[in-house]
Structure formats: structure tokens, C-alpha cells
Design a protein around this ligand. Structure first.
Ligand code: ADP
Ligand code: MG
Length: 394
């Protein structure tokens, strides 16, 4: 922590001269259950993770935001009164998008010099993008001297990613980052945006297993899945008036009209409807420490993701085998949008190091790729960095 603070502070000083005055952090997230259920208005069991994105900043007197990242090339100044995309440093579009969206929503923004640093692996399904958006939004909140409800902030960051960056993600990532609770998963209802804490007992650890691979994608896979789900919901609405999203359809209603749906659409629908039920099942199983149910539900989620939603990959299969055969495993499944990236296991706390060693060895032997394994506790949602004395204002 101290080393990271010093490093970011020193780099800030080198780049801008002088010290940062405000520090904000926003965590990444991992879902324990609920792949692709967010944009179907369903439930997700999610938690904020210890890996996070920091922005160290200092206000400017003009209307310029000058932002750089220790994790990416490029960056530099842009004008808050003429926000355009920058395709030479595409990562800055997340920052520009947040600025543009907040201003369009009527918030008054102040320019700043800022330096970003993240420990969230980038592009691995742990939502480094939302962590960047939320951290940046919090800098604007602090320097603008106003306050905002964290759910509203999450919605505005999602809008920035949807409309400015052009990624049609659901609310899960931004919500988890602003609303995370230390030691708890959140049972999130993506329709009413309410969540309940689900304590993760001291005897269970969340372990993220990064396959460090990505399935070759054209970029159309995510929007295509989303479109298929929306098509399924509108076809089913012909039989069940009032259905506006797959969240509204029960498995029996679906089965009665499965044959009325195109085959691929039917598979996607079935997965989402079952996955949504599994979210509630896993929340219950965690509260009653029912390890058998945790094992079964997570395994079913993986099989559905692979066979029905078709977001698997050979590396994910190898990782699943490695996790499921490791000592101390309680349950294991995919995480994030799938197509490679990170997976997640619930592990008996005293056996975490044996679990990690087994996964590293087994996965590397099968794939030739050295994975990354992170055991963690659920972290608090985004906010000022707590340990910076007086937020380093000097
Ligand atoms: P994920 O959110 O799963 O990590 P995405 O593809 O949604 O993957 O977002 C990754 C993108 O977010 C990166 O390519 C980059 O543009 C941006 N990004 C995230 N974190 C940072 C960071 N610390 N510095 C610069 N860019 C970042
Ligand atoms: Mg993302």
C-alpha cells in the first residue's frame, strides 16, 4: 500500500510537478453467480474485489483534464467544453465519456491533472473499465464539491461506457464498484437496483483464477448474445403479456414455448432463466453454508455457459478441471462475460494455498500458460483512499 502510494505520488510529481491533492479508489468486481443476467434485468451475486484502480489528482483552474495512466500509453489534456473521442489513446475515452456524461446530466465539472494506477488485470473480466470510470467520476464529484447517490453514479458510468465508449454492458460492473461491501457479496436485483449483503463466512475464500487467455473474438459476440436474449424476451412476450425481459419468464413458461423460438435463441434463453434462478439458489446456499449446493450450482452454471450460452473456451475447460480437482474447492465456475479471462472458485479458507498451487501446476501443464491465482476477501465499494493523510491535501 505505502509503496504503491509512493510510486503513484512520485510519478505524479515527475509528470505534473507538485503533489496530488485528492486520491480516489474504485474496485474491480467478480460475479459468484449470474453470467449475462444483468442486462436481462435479473439477479447477480457479485462482490467488489481487493484489486482496484486509483486516481491521484490535483484541481486545475482552467477547463482542462490532463490524465495519464501507469498501465497504458498515451493520454494528455482534453477540454471539458469540447469533449471528443481520442482513438490514439482509446483508454482515455473512458475518462472522456465519464466527463461528457456527467456534464450532460447537469453536473458542474472542474479540470484536473490526474494519474491512474490499477491493480485490476486489464481486459480479464474483472472490470477494470468500470473501476476506471468510477474512480474518475469520484474525482469529478470531489473536485466539483457536490455529492451523488452511488447507484446514480454507477448508472451514469454505465451510460458513459454504453454511449461514449460504445460497449453495451449492463449495470453489474459499475454497481459492484460503487456499492461493494467489505466481507460480503451483494445479491443484486438489476431491475430495481437494490441489493442485499450476503456475508461470506470467514471459512470461505473467493479465489479468482485467471486463464490469461482470451478466446479469439470479432467483437460482435457480446452484442449478439444480448440481441438474442432480447429477441427471446420479445418472442415470449407474445405468449406472456407483461414480459419485458427474460427475468420475467419462469422455466416452465419457457419450456411451454421452447419450440416457438429459433434454436440458438432458445438456448440463450434457457441459460439466462436457469442462471437467474441459480443466483437466488447460491445466495441461499451461502447463507446456510450448504457446500453440496454450492458445488452443484456452480458446476451447472459452467455447463450452461459452455453448452447453452456458448461463452466457453478450451482454456476455461482446462481451468475448470484444475479448479475442480484442487484441494479445498467448494465450487467453481466462469466469471465476467466468459470467452476466456478469469474464473472464480469458492475455497475452504485453510486450504487456499494448496488450492492455488494445484491450480497453477495443473493448468500450466495442460495449457502451457502460467495462470494467475488471487485469493481475496470482498472489498468495500469506491471512495477516497482511506490511508492518505487528510487525502494528502497540503
Ligand atoms: P475489463 O473491464 O474486463 O478489464 P474491458 O475491455 O471492458 O475489460 O476494459 C478494458 C479497457 O479499459 C482497457 O483496454 C483500457 O482501455 C481501459 N482501462 C482499464 N483500466 C485502465 C487503466 N488502469 N489505465 C488505462 N486504461 C484502462
Ligand atoms: Mg469492462
Amino acid at each position: 500500500m505505502r509503496r504503491r502510494l509512493d510510486r503513484v505520488g512520485d510519478e505524479f510529481e515527475l509528470r505534473f510537478g507538485g503533489k496530488p491533492e485528492v486520491w480516489m479508489r474504485a474496485p474491480g468486481r467478480v460475479d459468484l453467480m449470474g453470467s449475462h443476467t444483468d442486462y436481462n434485468m435479473g439477479h447477480v451475486l457479485t462482490l467488489a474485489i481487493e484489486q482496484d484502480t486509483w486516481i491521484a489528482a490535483r484541481p486545475r483552474r482552467d477547463r482542462t483534464v490532463a490524465v495519464y495512466s501507469l498501465n497504458a500509453e498515451g493520454g494528455g489534456p482534453f477540454d471539458l467544453d469540447a469533449i471528443a473521442h481520442d482513438w490514439t489513446a482509446p483508454w482515455t475515452n473512458y475518462v472522456r465519456g465519464v466527463a461528457d456524461t456527467l456534464q450532460r446530466a447537469g453536473y458542474r465539472l472542474c479540470g484536473f491533472d490526474g494519474l491512474v494506477h490499477s491493480t485490476v488485470p486489464i481486459g480479464s473480466g474483472l472490470s477494470s473499465s468500470a473501476a476506471l470510470e468510477v474512480a474518475c467520476a469520484l474525482i469529478f464529484v470531489e473536485l466539483g464539491g457536490w455529492s451523488i447517490d452511488p447507484v446514480r453514479l454507477a448508472q451514469l458510468c454505465q451510460r458513459a461506457e454504453n454511449e461514449f465508449v460504445g460497449m453495451n454492458c449492463g449495470i453489474l460492473d459499475q454497481y459492484s464498484s460503487t456499492m461493494g461491501q467489505k466481507g460480503c457479496a451483494l445479491l443484486l436485483d438489476c431491475r430495481d437496483l437494490r441489493s442485499e449483503p450476503v456475508p461470506l463466512g470467514e471459512d470461505t475464500r473467493v479465489v479468482i483464477c485467471d486463464t490469461r487467455s482470451r478466446r479469439e473474438l470479432t467483437g460482435s459476440e457480446y452484442p449478439e448474445r444480448r440481441a438474442q436474449c432480447e429477441q427471446g424476451a420479445s418472442l415470449l412476450a407474445q405468449f406472456y403479456p407483461g414480459v419485458t425481459a427474460l427475468r420475467d419468464v419462469t422455466i416452465d413458461e419457457y419450456l411451454a414455448h421452447e419450440a416457438d423460438l429459433p434454436l440458438a435463441v432458445a438456448r440463450r434463453c434457457r441459460f439466462i432463466i436457469e442462471e437467474n434462478e441459480r443466483v437466488l439458489g447460491l445466495a441461499e446456499a451461502l447463507s446456510t453454508a450448504d457446500r453440496g449446493a454450492i458445488c452443484d450450482l456452480t458446476a451447472e452454471s459452467y455447463v450452461g455457459a459452455r453448452d447453452l450460452f456458448e461463452i466457453g473456451s478450451s482454456e476455461m475447460a482446462a481451468m475448470m478441471d484444475a479448479m475442480r480437482s484442487a484441494p479445498g474447492v467448494i465450487g467453481a465456475r466462469q466469471a465476467g462475460a466468459g470467452f476466456g479471462g478469469c474464473m472464480v472458485a469458492l475455497v475452504d479458507a485453510p486450504q487456499v494455498s494448496g488450492f492455488a498451487r494445484h491450480v497453477e501446476k495443473t493448468y500450466a501443464r495442460v495449457t502451457g500458460i502460467k495462470p494467475k491465482v488471487y485469493a481475496m476477501h470482498a472489498a468495500a465499494g469506491a471512495g477516497p483512499l482511506p490511508t492518505v493523510p487528510a487525502n494528502r491535501a497540503s
